[in-house]
Design a protein around this ligand. Structure first.
Ligand code: 5GP
Ligand code: ZN
Length: 122
C-alpha cells in the first residue's frame, strides 16, 4: 500500500499521534496552519469523499465526533475551531486518504477566498 496516511496508520511513518482507537487516528499536521492543526482520519483507506458509500456513514461521522472531543480536550472548544475536508483538485486535496482537518487556537477568516477572487466571481 503506497498511501501515506495508511503508512501512518501502520506506524511505518512516524507522526505526532494525539488519539487512536479501532477505527480512527488523529495526528498533528506536519505543516500546521493554526496553533492546533490536527488531521482526523479513518484507519480504513477511503481515497476521497467521492468514494463514500452508505456503509461509510458511521465511520465518517466518527471523524467529526472525534474532532469535537479533541477540541474539548485541547482547550479550544469554546473559543471555536474549524473542520474541513478537501475533495480532489479544486477542493485542494493533496493526500488521497480522507482526512478531517481540525484547526483551532486562532481566529480564522471566512469565506476562504481572497477579496480579489470575490470581485472576479461577482
Ligand atoms: P489536504 O491538502 O489533502 O487537504 O491535506 C493534507 C495535509 O496533510 C496537509 O495539511 C499536509 O500538511 C499534511 N501532510 C502531508 N504529509 C504529511 C506527513 O507526512 N505527516 C503529517 N503529519 N502530515 C502531512
Ligand atoms: Zn490510505
Amino acid at each position: 500500500m503506497s498511501c501515506l496516511f495508511c503508512k501512518i496508520v501502520d506506524k511505518e511513518i512516524p507522526a505526532d499521534i494525539v488519539y487512536e482507537d479501532d477505527a480512527v487516528l488523529a495526528f498533528r499536521d506536519i505543516n500546521p496552519q493554526a496553533p492546533n492543526h490536527l488531521l482526523v482520519i479513518p484507519k480504513q483507506h477511503i481515497a476521497t469523499l467521492n468514494d463514500l458509500s452508505d456503509a461509510d456513514a458511521a465511520t465518517v461521522g466518527l471523524l467529526s465526533v472525534t474532532a469535537a472531543k479533541l477540541a474539548r480536550e485541547l482547550g479550544f472548544a469554546d473559543s471555536g475551531y474549524r473542520t474541513v475536508m478537501n475533495c480532489n483538485e479544486h477542493g485542494g486535496q493533496t493526500v488521497y486518504h480522507i482526512h478531517l482537518h481540525l484547526l483551532g487556537g486562532k481566529a480564522m477568516g471566512w469565506p476562504p477566498y481572497s477579496s480579489t477572487l470575490k470581485t472576479a466571481i461577482g
